[in-house]
Design a binder for this molecule. Sequence first.
Ligand SMILES: NC(=O)c1ccc[n+]([C@@H]2O[C@H](COP(=O)([O-])OP(=O)(O)OC[C@H]3O[C@@H](n4cnc5c(N)ncnc54)[C@H](O)[C@@H]3O)[C@@H](O)[C@H]2O)c1
Length: 302
Amino acid sequence: MKAILTGGAGFIGSHIADDLIGKGAKVLVIDDLSSGDINNLSKSVEFLNLNIADQKLPKILKDFKANVLIHCAAQASVAQSINMPAFDAEVNILNGLQIIDYAVNADVKSYIYLNTGGALYGEPNYLPCDEQHPIKPISPYGLSKWTLENYFDLLLPSSTKFTSLRLANVYGPRQDPEGEAGVVAIFSRRMLDDKDVKIFGDGEQSRDFVYVQDVASAVLATIDTEAQGHINIGSGEQTSVNQIFKQLSTEISYTKKPLYEPERQGDVRHIYLNATKAEEDLNWIASINLQEGLKRTVDALR
Ligand SMILES: NC(=O)c1ccc[n+]([C@@H]2O[C@H](COP(=O)([O-])OP(=O)(O)OC[C@H]3O[C@@H](n4cnc5c(N)ncnc54)[C@H](O)[C@@H]3O)[C@@H](O)[C@H]2O)c1
């Protein structure tokens, strides 16, 4: 099997690359390292340090003859999308459109898109959100990610297979602890360094935390099945930011209290996903519980 993996030097993409290599696939990673890290990459992948819209790619993709395109590259920060909505749209929509075009012209038959589930449904009408929940993103990031999902649906020839995985809040090793998103990585790093930890809002906002290895397994399961369409990938559990703080404090023996700051624009109050469709269509369920996942993340950061 041959896979093109955009954004493969990033947090989630690099775990997908490892699993693909483990399965004996040939993997071509395209990543401009704008937020990714070359050290995340296995030596067994073929790596191109290029923007996904680069004009050298059409020929390279034709020669590579991939079975599947896994599109992971993105501007993945909600806060950045609010500060720079045009840049967010350029990467998440325009560059995305370019790689879709290149892949279709290279006759790639199967497409997997890593969409957001957490920033897509807006402030939910009901919980957990299933795939039929109305879509009303409250950040440019949610809107740009959803827009590209619509373009995939519209532009791919009917002879191709397309699956959009709508991911909950992903956490685990290799998540950037210096970024402004990814509470688990940020809290863990600061606690290990015995620094203060900031919580935006009252900390009672809740999320669906899914371990990165489970997300990589969902991508592999998607390759292995005929399942198509839009599929939520989450733990199906609701966890508050205060609970994350508490569990990590225990794991790390951190004794400071959190510093509460005003809540941030673009973040919903509560979200968690109904992942029944993933279970039915992909035979996938999240297998690593929060306690175990937090322990593994902290161990990796140590
Ligand atoms: N982390 C989460 O909780 C989460 C949740 C839902 C969806 N997602 C989606 O999963 C995907 C991966 O997210 P992540 O958390 O690993 O982020 P990340 O920032 O670690 O990975 C994104 C990768 O894409 C690369 N990239 C960005 N723009 C590029 C471009 N124009 N050309 C080539 N490479 C480019 C970056 O260098 C980076 O390696 C994204 O599509 C994101 O929207 C992430």
